[in-house]
Write a protein that binds this ligand. Structure first.
Ligand SMILES: Nc1nc2c(ncn2[C@@H]2O[C@H](COP(=O)(O)OP(=O)(O)OP(=O)(O)O)[C@@H](O)[C@H]2O)c(=O)[nH]1
Length: 411
């Protein structure tokens, strides 16, 4: 369905008023001036100049006052806030000016020759014709002027039908002209209304569209945020706050690539909780969860430089990755972690190897070849950790890579 915006009637009237006041302001005054010059010129030799000048000045002052008033209306936006009042003022002004033209003709009637009088009548008729272009936007104002100038003049001519030879003819002519202008003004006013309505509809639609675009942009940003959060959540182990295996996979190739390019060493520590099944069985799963969380805290304290990270690889197995670190430093850290966990002093009654919860650790350091995969380093560290297990647990063992990397044995 085609999107369409319905514009309220009062908004259309306000826009038409604005169009009329803004566009018709100077044109209206100009038309009146044209009439003053035309009619004044025609009557110049028949009427005393002082009256003529007085009339012209009065009409001019009225028009200038009115023009100033329109300006203030526009500046104060009264045509929006006090629409009916401004509309009434406009109609009243049109009515008064129309009546002034008819009154002028009637007043001049006895002073002018037939020819000059009819020229003056034509002048007033021409003002009405020109005015249709100037004031038809607000048709009621135009009709007020038309009826009070041409209508009144036609009636005067009909009433004075015997006074001049062509009064009857001019009266009929003016009525016919009025009828024509009424019909034409109806048609023109309708076209103007449609034009105003269409342009308001377009403005409202583009405003709607702009706010729709804005809300879409906001939605998009929210979606991007949510996606980022989801992606982050998918890479973090909820219980410990460490990276999970997926989180490791995402960054490990970049991290490894960096040290490979620079031909720097890299160290990996793998640790596993000793006799954790027995712990769970004895103290319960939630207590086991807390143990894993506390061990994670110890690991996090040791991985705070750029590129380093601690991860939960699954179950009760953890890993710590240290780019640019040699074996000696890695063993030192592994020992700190081992001692740190042991020093937490978490009782483990069912452990056959220690009084407290302990961890077995495997450490591997190497300067990786281009084709060395992370899984190979992990496997080597895992093997070293297994060695720690079989040789008594709660200890650190340095491992070696089977191939593809020069194991760092600098201790
Ligand atoms: N509480 C808790 N336990 C877990 C979690 N993930 C794995 N486990 C437990 O960790 C235990 C691992 O047991 P095993 O693989 O047999 O190893 P272990 O008992 O630690 O013995 P060693 O590794 O040989 O010292 C199992 O009982 C698992 O249920 C977890 O998220 N929370």
């Amino acid at each position: 369905m085609l999107y369409q915006r319905r514009i309220p009637d009062n908004q259309i009237v306000s826009a038409k008023l604005e169009l009329q006041l803004r566009g018709g302001r100077y044109a209206g005054v100009g038309t009146q001036l044209l009439g003053i010059v035309g009619l004044g010129g025609a009557a110049l030799y028949s009427v005393e100049t002082v009256y003529l000048v007085g009339w012209a000045i009065s009409l001019l002052v009225l028009n200038l006052w009115w023009s100033r008033r329109i300006n203030q209306t526009l500046l104060a936006n009264r045509h929006f806030s006090q629409r009916p009042t401004v509309l009434n003022e406009l109609v009243a002004y049109s009515l008064v000016t129309g009546a002034i033209w008819a009154a002028t003709l009637i007043a001049l009637d006895s002073y002018l020759s037939d020819l000059i009088f009819y020229i003056c009548v034509m002048c007033v008729a021409i003002i009405s014709v020109v005015n249709i272009a100037v004031s038809v936007v607000i048709r009621s104002a135009y009709l007020a002027q038309l009826v009070f100038s041409l209508g009144a003049t036609a009636m005067w001519l009909a009433w004075q039908v015997d006074e001049r030879p062509f009064n009857a003819g001019f009266s009929v002519l003016l009525v016919a002209l009025m009828a024509f202008l009424i019909v034409t003004s109806e048609w023109m006013s309708k076209s103007f209304s449609e034009m105003v309505e269409t342009s308001l509809e377009r403005a409202a639609m583009s405003k709607d569209l702009a706010s729709l675009t804005d809300s879409l942009k906001t939605r998009n940003l929210q979606l991007q945020d949510a996606r980022k959060q989801l992606a982050q959540q998918a890479t973090i182990d909820e219980m410990t706050g460490l990276r999970n295996r997926r989180g490791v996979n995402i960054i490990i190739n970049d991290e490894l690539g960096r040290v490979k390019r620079a031909q720097l060493p890299v160290s990996l520590i793998v640790l596993d909780v000793d006799h954790f099944k027995a712990y769970n069985d004895n103290y319960g799963h939630p207590a086991g969860d807390q143990v894993l969380q506390r061990i994670a805290t110890v690991m996090l304290e040791m991985t705070n430089r750029s590129g380093e990270f601690a991860a939960r690889m699954g179950g009760e197995e953890f890993a710590m990755f240290f780019p640019t670190m040699r074996l000696a430093a890695a063993l030192e850290i592994a020992e700190k972690v081992r001692a740190g966990v042991s020093n937490l002093g978490i009782s483990h009654e069912k452990s056959p190897t220690a009084e407290y919860v302990t961890v077995s650790i495997g450490v591997v350091s190497c300067v990786p070849d281009w084709d060395l995969e992370f899984d190979q380093i992990l496997q080597a560290a895992d093997d070293a950790m297994y060695e720690s297990k079989v040789s008594g647990r709660n200890r650190v063992t340095a491992g070696e890579l089977a191939s593809n990397g020069s194991s760092d044995k600098t201790a």
